[in-house]
Design a protein around this ligand. Structure first.
Ligand code: GDP
Ligand code: MG
Length: 347
């Protein structure tokens, strides 16, 4: 699109893409509408933004049934260190996997379409938890129309495939195609991992061509989970599939539990999770419940999680951890490393 937008607009758009909850997304959209150049070339984008604003505003004002909801209908409110969606063909074993990883009671069935609504559950990893959302299947003949919007709060996806099925390649192909129709695409580039080499160049070009149409796209880092590895040697199949699609891959069995530990372990690294513990002056640190952030997060961002009043008046922090001396004073811009203990000092 040949629209010359300002850097301010680009910034607002970037903030929208990164926004984590509905109120924040709404604020960003209003900012975008304010900043977008008003001329013919942007008319339909303006209309798009207005529609989104209406949607989000009505979501926020509608009475809350059964607790807080933040996000579109069918979107599960994010909890824990990250939200990860389970996607796959009918019968891939998503529900059994979900149940094995989170202890949920998600219905497992030998017949397809047993799962009809998003089912959240928490998968523990050391002292944190990932939220896994079990979802209805993706198939040619049938797919829930809301599956696209259900992915809005997700930080990543597990593409679950029954690697023992003779149709495994076609099944995962259908999942990718159907989701693309919903403007959901997947990437091998997990934020915490080095960027996949081959695709780097292509991506840069793609980024330049990014248009307004892409604004409401969802792009999720994906891990290929080859389930039912207990049914036979699947290494060759998996290598071929992972090579073709480009996603990182793990072979597991939800039935025997084999290699299931590797999934939360991958998510921790892949999402670049960083744990921070807090303490108050003169007291031992609270090692029970870390705050979770991402690689590149600063002391100031931690303060926002602790309390927004503290964030506004933060002066400095004292830090205990690797590569710092005990109790070292650091500025709000200091980058947090996994395992750091911080004492926040504010006015
Ligand atoms: N052998 C084997 N069977 C599995 C495994 N995981 C799931 N199943 C079976 O596959 C069928 C479909 O499982 P389900 O979790 O309902 O699949 P979903 O439709 O993807 O949610 C059920 O009969 C499960 O018992 C596995 O790792 N190994
Ligand atoms: Mg299911």
């Amino acid at each position: 699109m040949p629209t010359n937008v300002t850097p301010e607009y680009r910034k607002a758009e970037q903030a929208f893409r990164e926004a984590r909850d509905t109120a924040e997304r709404l604020r960003c959209l209003r900012e975008m509408l304010r900043l977008i150049p008003k001329h013919k070339g942007t008319e339909h984008v303006q209309a798009d933004i207005k529609t989104r604003i209406k949607q989000l505003a009505s979501e926020l004002s509608s009475p809350r049934k059964g607790g807080a909801r933040s996000g579109p209908a069918h979107a599960v409110r994010r909890e824990g260190a990250a939200q990860v969606a389970l996607l796959g063909a009918p019968n891939a074993g998503k529900s059994q996997l979900h149940s094995a990883l989170t202890g949920s009671q998600s219905t497992v069935g030998a017949w397809p379409h047993t799962t009809e609504t998003p089912i959240p559950g928490m998968a523990p990893y050391h002292d944190i938890r990932f939220q896994l959302v079990d979802l209805p299947p993706v198939a040619h003949e049938r797919m829930q129309p809301w599956l696209g919007t259900a992915l809005q709060p997700a930080d990543g996806a597990l593409l679950v495939v029954d690697i023992a099925s003779p149709d495994y390649a076609a099944e995962i192909g259908t999942v990718l195609d159907k989701m693309a129709e919903k403007r959901v695409t997947f990437t091998a580039a997990w934020p915490g991992l080095p960027e996949p080499r081959k695709r780097r160049r292509k991506k840069r070009v793609a980024r330049q061509q990014e248009t307004f149409e892409d604004l409401f796209r969802i792009r999720l880092p994906a891990l290929l989970v080859a389930n039912k590895a207990d049914l036979g040697d699947c290494r060759e199949r998996l290598e071929a599939l992972s090579g073709k699609l480009g996603f990182p891959a793990l072979a597991v069995s939800a039935e025997t539990g084999d290699n299931l530990d590797a999934i939360p372990k991958f998510l921790f690294k892949g999402l670049g999770v960083v744990r921070a513990y807090t303490k108050t002056p003169g007291k031992p640190p609270d090692l029970g419940r870390p705050f979770t952030l991402r690689h590149g997060a600063t002391v100031s961002e931690l303060a926002t999680l602790v309390h927004k009043d503290i964030a506004g008046s933060l002066r400095y922090a004292r830090i205990w951890g690797e590569k710092v001396y005990d109790g070292q004073q650091v500025s709000p811009r200091h980058l947090i490393r996994d395992g750091d203990i911080l004492e926040l000092h504010h006015r």
